[in-house]
Every structure is written in structure tokens, then in C-alpha cells.
Ligand binder design. Structure first.
Ligand code: NAP
Length: 470
């Protein structure tokens, strides 16, 4: 599939296969672009700014709603495309498309709500006699660099608010799963002037890096790993940057918790998308007195998951993005076992599949929980009490989201106040997001927030206009 730049389809002499991780078949090929092509996209995006800026908010909103309708019509086609390139179960892909539709709708609505405010300059020294107000203006060109795990919705979280507030866009999709997003860019391009949406495929280290360092790109909106995010923050210079990075989210289960609810939280939180979720449950921190009962129930529910062809609607556990990714998970689990942890169920790899795995007696010094493990693994860390639970929860460089299960509001509020994370849920696992909420982590999990309204704030600049009436 070709790139879309300035409304034209552009190829490259270099191409790369996009592989279905389930059966190893080639789904399609994409151009591997180089710096000149990234430069062309930057020129086209800059050229399109004027026409987009002159478009009314009313028109932009309507056009975004038109894309909502188009995506609704293609719901099944887009879900299948996601499953083929990511390996996620078809029902999860349908949810991703449904969320993408909602995210787009939120942006279409937000396009009509981009306000400034009046500012009382007379509250400041010598400010008497002014009438002053602010405007929120587009930054210019927003480059969206996105990961493989939710390629469609995470890209829409960037380009839809960017367009809603009149920025033109360049999408650098993940090389492993670029196709669904490229198809989506075509839908947007049918509605908006050429150059408002551009796609550049190619390696992050080359075209991604070019976008990050170009002075003619005004904002980088990045979702991906901490390693890449750190590199981007060091190279971006004066441009605005939003970084939505990895997570190592804790789930604290206290001895008064509703155990069945917490077990369900792990099933939905640790195994969704084969554990390749930034806000996935990555560490279950549980009071020792209930750990055995919890583990027994968790193992029983885990063993009900059905691993298989992701296109089969009965499948509840698909593949990882690649065999290489599955091997990494295998290694980190084996390493934890060699240090004293014990696998209660799962623990076996088959090609790019890794079984849903519950592993007990994990300690905070094991690589499995020190770093973000991107696979279907539920590590159990047993603790003595709430104090230790909070200490372990915070003993990480990450701080995306967190969940605590307890019936006691005092314990719940201690977690809410003391856990260092962008979101803390009570009686809900971290793996939960509505597309309007402010989403974004503390510590190494990132900088800035997404969730349409919040993304618009990060994609606009404020101008103050002051009228001297004296
Ligand atoms: P990644 O390796 O960091 O890649 C993300 C994107 O960055 C890809 O498009 C990649 O291109 C590009 N890239 C790579 N090197 C680059 C460079 N030097 N300059 C500019 N761009 C570059 O991440 P991933 O493995 O795809 O995704 C998994 C990670 O994303 C996990 O850590 C997960 O937690 C995180 N994530 C975070 C959120 C959130 O909202 N907080 C959501 C989802 C995922 P190539 O594909 O060509 O390498």
C-alpha cells in the first residue's frame, strides 16, 4: 500500500513486507521511505495549513462527522485489517474500531469548542483600562508517531484533535502494523484538502527521526516505548512534544477486596491484546492472607481463555506482534522462574503465541516486574499489608495508571493519594480508558495528556490580545 502525501500516492524503491503474526503470511508491502520523502510530506503539510485554517469550525466538525460515518460503514473491514496485522482477536479489533469511531466523534464535537477566555489585566499592576482576551491557535504541523498495539485508535487520538483545532498532520505509523491507519488516512483525505493528512512509512530511526528534528514540524505527538520517547524528547528542540509511553501498572488487592471482581480485573487487564497494552495490569500486589484463594480463582479463569486463530470469534487470546516479541516474554518469565518464582499456569511459547501465564512468588527485583513486560503475564507479588503494597506499587520508574481493590474507603483513599500514577482507579483495574478522559502518565510514562479536549490543549498555542481603552 502506498503512502499518501499531498493527496498523491507515493511509493518507494525500497519496500517491506507486513506480516500476519498468526500464520507468517505477507499481507501487503509498504514503502520504506527515506528523508527526502519525509521532507516532501513536511512541505505538503505546511502548504495545506492556510486552506485548513480558513475553514470554519462548523465545516471541520461536519467533515469529521462524515469520516465517522465512513468508518462506521467499514467497521468490519477495518477490524479484520487490525486482526491480520496485529494478531489480536477479532472481537478486540471490533472494540478498537468502535472506540476509534467514538474518538473521532469526540473530536468532531470538540472542533466547535475551541475557546479563548477574557483576561482581567486590571488585576495586575498598571493593567487598568484594558480589554483583553485570548485565542487558541493551531500550532501548524503535527506529526503523529504511533505504536503497533492499538494502531488505529491511538493514531486517531492524535490526528483527529489536531485537525479539529486546524493543524495539518503527518502520520508515521508503526512499521509492523501500518496498514489500517494508512487506510484510515485515505478516508480523511476524501473529506479534507490535500496535504491535511499525510502518511510516511519507513523506519522510525530514519523518517521518524527526521520528523522529530525538522524545524518545519511544530509538534510531535508520540506514543511508544520509553526508550524512543526519551530519544525524541532530547532531539525535538523547541517544538512541543507529547509523550505517551510505557507502563508497569500495579493492581493492589487488599484482604477485604471482592476477590471475584479483582480476578476478572486481571483477566481483562493482563491478557487483553495478549498483554500488549500500555495500561495493562503488569504487577498484582496482593495481601498474603488472600493470595492463595485469589491465585486459585485466577488460574481457573485464566485456563478458560481460548488461544487460536485471531479471526475466529471464539478466540480470546491472540498472538504477540511477532515471534521475536514472544521470545522476549519467554525469556523474562524463565528468568523469574530461575530466581524463585513459580508458574501456576501457562509459561509456554508456540511461535508468536505465548500462553496466558500466572506466576506466583514474584519479587520486585525480578526483571519481569522491574521493566515493562509486554505479554500475557500476570505476576503475583505477595505483601504483608497496605503500607508495603503502596511502597511496592511506587517502586518503579513508570507511573501510567493503577488499580486498587478494597471495600474500605480509608485504604482506597490512601492508595488514591499515595500512588504515583496519572490515574488511580478504585475497584477497577488500570486497563480502562474512556476516550474523553485525561490520559497520560507520571514519571517515565510520559509528558502531557491525551483525551480529545486535553489533546487540543496540547496542540494549540495561546495568543493574548489586549485593547488599550484609555
Ligand atoms: P516503539 O518501538 O517506541 O515505536 C513506536 C513508534 O516510534 C513506531 O512508529 C516506531 O517506528 C517509531 N520510532 C522508533 N524509533 C524512532 C526514532 N528514533 N524516532 C522517531 N520515531 C521512532 O514502541 P512499540 O514497540 O511500537 O510500542 C510499544 C510501546 O508503546 C510500549 O512501551 C507501550 O507501553 C507503549 N504504549 C504506550 C501507550 C500510551 O498511551 N501511554 C499506548 C500504547 C503503547 P518503527 O515501527 O518503524 O520502529
Amino acid at each position: 500500500m502506498d503512502m499518501l502525501i499531498g493527496g498523491k500516492h507515493i511509493s518507494s524503491d525500497d519496500v517491506e513486507d507486513v506480516i500476519n503474526p498468526y500464520n507468517g503470511e505477507v499481507i501487503d508491502t509498504i514503502p520504506i521511505a527515506h528523508r527526502q520523502t519525509a521532507e516532501l510530506a513536511i512541505v505538503e503539510a505546511n502548504n495545506a495549513k492556510k486552506e485548513l485554517c480558513e475553514m470554519s469550525a462548523f465545516k471541520i466538525s461536519n467533515k469529521l462527522f462524515n469520516v465517522v460515518d465512513k468508518l462506521k460503514e467499514k467497521r468490519d473491514e477495518f477490524a479484520k485489517s487490525l486482526t491480520l496485522e496485529v494478531g489480536k482477536p477479532i472481537n478486540e479489533s471490533l472494540v478498537e474500531v468502535d472506540r476509534s469511531i467514538e474518538t473521532l466523534k469526540l473530536a468532531a464535537e470538540e472542533a466547535k469548542r475551541i475557546y479563548g477566555e477574557s483576561v482581567p489585566l486590571d488585576a495586575g499592576l498598571n493593567g487598568k483600562g484594558f480589554f483583553a482576551f485570548t485565542q487558541r491557535l493551531p500550532l501548524g504541523v503535527v506529526a503523529a508517531i504511533t505504536p503497533f498495539n492499538y494502531p488505529l485508535n491511538l493514531t486517531i487520538h492524535k490526528i483527529a484533535p489536531a485537525i479539529a483545532c486546524k493543524n495539518t498532520t503527518i502520520i508515521k505509523p508503526p512499521t509492523e502494523a501500518p496498514l489500517t491507519v494508512m487506510k484510515f488516512a485515505e478516508l480523511l483525505n476524501e473529506e479534507f484538502p490535500d496535504g491535511v493528512v499525510n502518511t510516511v512509512t519507513g523506519y522510525g530511526s530514519e523518517v521518524g527521526d527526521y520528523l522529530v528534528t525538522s524545524p518545519d514540524v511544530d509538534k510531535i505527538s508520540f506514543t511508544g516505548s520509553v526508550t524512543t520517547g526519551l530519544m525524541i524528547s532530547q532531539k525535538a528542540g523547541m517544538k512541543k512534544v507529547t509523550l505517551e509511553l510505557g507502563g508497569n501498572d500495579p493492581m493492589i488487592v487488599l484482604n477485604d477486596a471482592d476477590i471475584d471482581k479483582a480476578v476478572k480485573g486481571v483477566i481483562n487487564g493482563a491478557f487483553l491484546n495478549a498483554g500488549q497494552v500500555c495500561m495493562g495490569v503488569k504487577r498484582i500486589i496482593i495481601e498474603d492472607s488472600i493470595a492463595c484463594e485469589f491465585c486459585e480463582k485466577l488460574v481457573s479463569e485464566t485456563e478458560k481463555l481460548i488461544m487460536g486463530n485471531p479471526l475466529d470469534s471464539k478466540t480470546t487470546l491472540g498472538t504477540l506482534i511477532s515471534k521475536k516479541a514472544a521470545i522476549q516474554v519467554e525469556e523474562v518469565v524463565n528468568n523469574a522462574v530461575s530466581m524463585g518464582a513459580n508458574v501456576l499456569t501457562g509459561g509456554t511459547r508456540d511461535g508468536s503465541f505465548y500462553e496466558a501465564t500466572v506466576i506466583d512468588n514474584v519479587t520486585p527485583d525480578m526483571d519481569l516486574v522491574l521493566n515493562e513486560t509486554f505479554g500475557p503475564v500476570a505476576p503475583i507479588i505477595r505483601v504483608k499489608n497496605l503500607d508495603e503494597a503502596i511502597e511496592v506499587a511506587n517502586d518503579t520508574d513508570y507511573g501510567l495508571q493503577a488499580g486498587v481493590f478494597t471495600r474500605d474507603y480509608v485504604s482506597a483513599m490512601r492508595c488514591v493519594n499515595e500512588i504515583e500514577a496519572g490515574t488511580v482507579f478504585v475497584n477497577k483495574q488500570s486497563t480502562f480508558r474512556t476516550d474523553n478522559m485525561p490520559f497520560g502518565g507520571f514519571k517515565n510514562s510520559g509528558i502531557g495528556k491525551e483525551g480529545i479536549k486535553y489533546a487540543v490543549e496540547e496542540m494549540t498555542k495561546i495568543k493574548l490580545i489586549g485593547l488599550n481603552l484609555r
